[in-house]
Design a protein around this ligand. Structure first.
Ligand code: S3P
Length: 450
């Protein structure tokens, strides 16, 4: 099954040392938000380093459908001429967000308080994911939503013509839900308040402030209380998108498990709400160094060097860290397979509702490759075999999930025998240059049908 055209079977073979500089693409979360916030300003926002993966390109198309002018100038340079807060036009066609939960949920929020109707759909993965977590709070503004059973796409939203401001405690740790409510709050009068018990990535808050909105964050006993003043006039910005730490995770983790490796990944965004993987890897004994720490465009940035780490140990990854590395568990579980002892990942229920059920998808493929995995509703444990001892010789399913496909590609670089991936096509959603970038470092990933 492929949601992205023809399936692309891939084989990742054990390889020699990975060496060199890996320029990974722009941050996916910041790229989506740059386009959406640009569309909500009157005037021209300039974006450098936009991720040109399918997920973000679908959001660019959607912003055009809502009336913004989005122009690709080549080389990651884009401009967005927006329509202003509350200025979205009604799209003439169905909005197809492809594989992207972030795209659809943020766009739903952004249109929810304008007097327009829009219908959303996606690929087989996205159409299976829960949207009630977004449409429930949007209903408090006065937005109506009709979708398939279980709050699934395709779904039509009728924006609130006279929205009221909302106070909402997010019931699951989700930056997408938080962001959808804040974006909806932009066109409601008065103050919209969002409370999150566990901090999730805060790009929306930082960027709203950067675009001139009045937004305050207070840490209280209730959690993080975010207060947004409604109906601001957003001011167009020049945005330099940092490179994606979630994409950096793949060459970094590959370097840790392939003997002799030494890889530099420059300009990585190290927002603390995103950097949990690197803390975890260091606790496991990874040889990671952060060079040239600096701040760019309101986000902390550094160059990250990763070297082969012969003494990786399994650890307990605490629930409190989950949100800051939620997309990195698939590749962490691969590193865990090459460590000594058990890696115990706790408080990760959200992994079950990502592009795939990521615990299930990784557990199946790791077991097929000879690694013991135990799992429960919100936890999983990988029993490491140590370097050189993971058999491989497996065919694994990517389940329409880019991060599953890339995690298994990394695994195959250090197993005894190759790893075959049924479909690598989803990789294009977030990391379209993955195969070439890894090949330049020395990886041997081939398309099995060529
Ligand atoms: C994202 C939030 C996270 C993450 C996703 C990107 C975002 O999802 O998994 O890849 O940009 O807000 P949740 O909000 O479901 O945790």
């Amino acid at each position: 099954m492929s949601g992205h055209g023809t399936p692309i079977p891939m084989t990742s073979r054990p390889c020699g040392p990975l060496k060199g500089i890996a320029h990974v693409p722009g941050d996916k979360s910041i790229s989506h938000r740059s386009l959406i916030l640009g569309a909500l300003c009157v005037g021209e926002t300039r974006i450098t380093g936009l991720l040109e993966g399918d997920d973000v390109l679908d959001t660019a198309k959607a912003m055009r459908a809502f009336g913004a002018t989005v122009t690709d100038h080549g080389g990651g340079e884009w401009t967005v001429s927006g329509v202003g807060v509350g200025g979205f036009a009604e799209p003439q066609n169905i909005i197809d967000c492809g594989n992207s939960g972030t795209g659809v949920r943020l766009i739903m929020g952004a249109m929810a308080t304008s007097p327009i109707t829009a219908t959303f759909t996606g690929d087989a993965s996205l159409n299976g994911r829960p949207m009630g977590r977004v449409t429930d709070p949007l209903a408090l503004f006065g937005t109506q939503a009709v979708g398939r059973e279980g709050g699934r796409l395709p779904m039509t939203l009728v924006g609130a013509a006279e929205p009221v401001p909302v106070r909402y405690t997010v019931p699951v740790p989700s930056a997408q839900v938080k962001s959808a409510v804040l974006l909806a709050g932009l066109n409601a009068p008065g103050q919209t308040v969002v409370i999150e018990k566990e901090a999730t990535r805060d790009h929306t808050e930082r960027m709203l402030q950067g675009f001139g909105a009045t937004l305050h964050v207070e840490e209280t006993s209730e959690g993080r209380v975010i207060t947004l003043d409604g109906q601001p006039e957003l001011i167009p910005q020049t945005i330099i998108v940092p490179r994606d730490p979630s994409s950096a995770a793949f060459p970094v983790c590959a370097a840790l498990i392939v003997p002799g490796s030494d890889v530099l990944v420059p300009n990585i965004g190290l927002n603390p709400t995103r950097a949990g993987l690197f803390t975890t890897l260091q606790e496991m004994g990874a040889d990671l160094t952060f060079e040239n720490m600096r701040e760019e465009g309101g986000e902390p940035v550094a160059d990250l060097r990763a070297k082969f780490s012969p003494d990786l140990q399994g650890i307990v990854v605490p629930p409190a860290r989950a949100a800051s590395m939620i997309d990195e568990y698939p590749v962490l579980s691969v590193v865990a397979a090459f460590a000594e002892g058990v890696t115990d990942m706790q408080g990760v229920k959200e992994l079950r509702v990502k592009e795939s059920d990521r615990i299930d998808a990784m557990a199946k493929g790791l077991r097929a490759a000879g690694v013991q995995v135990n799992d429960g509703p919100d936890w999983w444990q990988v029993t490491g075999l140590g370097h050189g001892n993971v058999p491989g010789s497996a065919t694994v399913a990517s389940e329409l999930d880019h991060r599953i496909a890339m995690a298994f590609a990394v695994m195959g670089m250090a197993t005894q025998k190759p790893v075959h991936i049924d479909d690598g096509s989803p990789i294009a959603t977030s990391f379209p240059i993955f195969e070439g970038l890894m090949a330049d470092l020395g990886a041997q990933i081939v398309r099995s049908n060529t």
